[in-house]
Write a protein that binds this ligand. Structure first.
Ligand code: HEM
Length: 368
């Protein structure tokens, strides 16, 4: 049960229940040959299938005068639910590989949202690789060896790591808390139900080209939290910011985490019990627009200019058409969400995550 199968109709790491750690990289291609891109994805597929099964990246040659084939730090470790998920950024479809006409319509250039403060070193990239595992060393090893295989064809553009509480510290698997101390993920759609996954997550030919069917669009946002400011705000203010209770995760005015979020409930004075500008109320989108959130906390040392922590949320979500899901949602949140006082988006990417591959095939074989 520690192996998540790599091959299948869909890539793993999308509706797979979240592992404890993420190590995620974006690559820029340095080659301009489509043949090189194809062989890169063929090598990556083989390596990913081996590593997710707990093996070395490839058989060792044991040649005394050659560097070892695998970098070694995962030798003897269990697979730890390793998943490796590949996606293509919009820049992959520029003039270099002759694939411009294949660019999926949902793979738009994300608009600039209110108060975005984007930094190049955390944004974009031709290819994204999301690596998740229940061990940070297993995750790092996988990304490192994929980068090594890419030598001469692609270079890392950014690398970001994230975490959540581990399965060891919460064996019951209750909803994890984010770095603002609130349960995060409560009202995620139940994608173990195939109909829900098809509705929310999996690309289909209604909006996407046939080569993307069974894939999904991933949005990454590096969202820095103003932790020190948050820590000085009152409990009431914090709860009104999210529209939920801190201790239980229940909607304001309710007792249990999974109680229904009823936005039309009023208090004795006629005021909504869940503030209309609270994060949960706005992100609910009247129940009409949903995304699958799969983000991790990050902590990246400190901001030397201000002496504050550089920490926040490596927000990741999957949706079948960001033009109808993530973008309208973020447009609304960016303009009126009460949470904006405490967060800033500093990195961004949108990627077309390819359909899964079957054994003998490779990731990307529907496209190139
Ligand atoms: C709900 C935290 C950014 C979309 C929530 C909840 C928390 C939370 C605590 C309530 C519990 C839950 O249902 O999971 C945060 C934090 C953010 C952030 C700390 C930034 C640092 C975003 C962004 C989006 C988003 C950028 C999408 C554009 C949602 C959605 C819900 C939600 C869809 C569920 C709403 C519903 O009840 O239907 N978030 N969030 N969040 N958030 Fe966020």
């Amino acid at each position: 049960d520690e192996v998540i199968p790599f091959y299948g109709k869909h890539q793993s790491g999308i509706i797979t229940p979240m592992q404890d750690f993420i190590c995620m990289g974006a690559f820029d291609l340095t080659t301009t040959s489509l043949g090189d891109v194809r062989s890169l994805f063929q090598s990556w597929t083989q390596a990913a299938a081996r590593m997710t099964a707990g093996k070395n990246v490839d058989e060792e040659s044991d040649h005394a005068l050659l560097p070892p084939v695998d970098t070694g730090e995962a030798m003897g470790l269990r697979p730890m639910k390793l998943t490796i998920t590949f996606g293509l950024g919009a820049s992959f479809f520029d003039e270099r590989f002759g694939l411009a006409s294949k660019r999926p319509a949902p793979l738009v250039d994300l608009p600039r949202f209110n108060s975005d403060e984007m930094r190049k070193e955390w944004s974009g990239g031709d290819i994204v690789v999301q690596v998740c595992a229940n061990d940070p060393q297993v995750a790092f090893h996988a990304l490192r060896n994929l980068a090594r295989i890419a030598r001469g064809k692609a270079v890392l553009h950014w690398l970001q790591e994230g975490f959540q509480r581990t399965s060891a510290s919460d064996p019951t698997g209750s909803t994890p808390r984010n770095l603002l101390g609130f349960k995060d993920g409560t009202n995620n759609p139940q994608v173990s139900d195939p109909a829900t996954a098809n509705e929310v997550v999996w690309a289909n030919t209604a909006e996407s080209p046939a080569w993307m069917a069974g894939g999904s669009y991933m949005v990454m946002r590096r969202i820095r939290m103003r932790i020190e400011v948050w820590d000085r705000s009152t409990l009431t203010d914090q709860e009104n910011t999210f529209g939920r209770h801190r201790l239980t995760g229940a909607p304001l005015g309710k007792a249990n985490e999974f109680d229904e979020l009823e936005l039309d409930r009023k208090d004795a004075k006629g005021k909504p019990v869940v503030p209309v500008n609270s994060h949960a109320a706005l992100a609910h989108m009247e129940g009409k627009v949903k995304i699958l959130r799969r983000g991790y906390s990050y902590s990246s040392g400190m901001d030397l200019k201000t002496g504050q922590l550089d920490a926040g949320l490596l927000f990741i979500c999957y949706n079948r058409d960001p033009r109808k899901q993530f973008i309208p949602m973020q447009q609304k949140l960016a303009s009126v969400d009460r949470l904006n006082e405490y967060i800033t988006h500093v990195g961004s990417g949108l990627y077309a995550c390819l359909p899964g591959a079957s054994e003998g095939g490779y990731i990307g074989d529907t496209l190139f």
